[in-house]
Design a protein around this ligand. Sequence first.
Ligand code: UD1
Length: 418
Amino acid sequence: MDKYIIDGGEKLYGTVRAQSAKNTVLPLLAASVLTDEQVKIRGVPAINDVENMLRILTEVGCSIKRQKDLTVIDSSNAVSHEIPARLTKELRSSVFMLGSVLTRFQRAKISYPGGCDIGLRPIDLHLSGLKRLGVEIVEKDGYIHCEARNLKGAEILLDFPSVGATENIILAAVKAEGITVIRNAAKEPEIVDLQRFLNAMGAKVRGAGGGTIVIEGVKRLHGLEYTPIGDRIEVGTYLIAAASCGGEIETIGVSAENVAALLHKLRENGCKIYAKNDRIVLRSHERLQSVDLVETNPFPGFPTDMQAQYSALCCTARGTTLVVENLFETRYKYAAELKRMGADIIIRGRTAVIRGVEKLHGASVTASDLRGGAALVLAGLKAEGQSSVIDISHIDRGYADFEGKLRKLGAKIKRVRI
Ligand code: UD1
């Protein structure tokens, strides 16, 4: 088990390059079983969620080769339609395998998926969408058994624009007979990237990025070599770190459009931000001014995956911020830990009231989920004195070389084995 030791108070300067987006790479890896030709993905990040997804692929019979920057998935010998429970427990995205395994084997067996403990996270929207495509579903002994002898295109209206359900339905519809229309689809950039990837395999998907996605089923998909988009949540985390600690950083690999809601808030906080193509420069030299309200919403709203890190910034801004978490029920576990560092936070249900204090002080704190863990690190970078963050395996799920990238920006952070 590792922990981080952080000596706070350093300003951050320099350039940081985005890893490939975790939330794109995971569905792309699942999608690789849609063809029996080789799928080559560039820049797959070295994070635990990816390792778990690769393990799942191996378990269904894929062979995986990692050559420098290229991950090669060969599913020509894939045989199994069963995703073992011990792996689905580790990773929520294992649920994407449902759509792609159904397309490949006409059946799938999976146990209820795990992932960050941030709320109920049901998969009813995934299942009802798949049923509309003709999938028969039986839930028994904690397993979901799906059978789809004949996947057929259908009109699907999602009650909520769920990212995962939208992706899963696309994966099940790409080779279905006829046309599928998903209304009230999620609009996240990762869905646009999935569309680009699938179309490069020969699929016919259009409309991603908007609320209606149309999928025309094709008979065959082929292999490809692909570079996924950069990770907007990772880049957002470094931008928040620099905004909070002060300094000047440049990020490369994510366009301002994909982090627009965050940049809007950081400008209101008093940061100077310049953006061109896939580069963003952020300057922060004064104590930040708090914004009144931050509310998480589906894209292009403020992302729930940046709520914790942004809340850490609010802890030392001048004034009070009201944070409303609309996506997940229990995404404030990190707040109790921030309080140990001197933060003034009151949580009531989905709302946090954060009164900015002048200083945080170093403390020993425990990460309990991925983004909450990152928020504790950001607070440690800002705090006076030394902090330690334990249970950082949560952070390793989503950030490749977090400490290395922060150190390059001038942060005093090290990983220690305990
Ligand atoms: C994805 C992201 C995750 C991000 C989230 C919201 C990946 C791998 N993960 O997760 O990082 O935090 O989007 O932007 O891309 N819901 C239902 N029924 C369902 C599905 C979802 O009620 O069948 C609810 C969830 O409980 C939640 C909301 O819909 O309240 C959003 O969830 P969803 O968009 O599905 O998130 P994920 O795909 O799990």
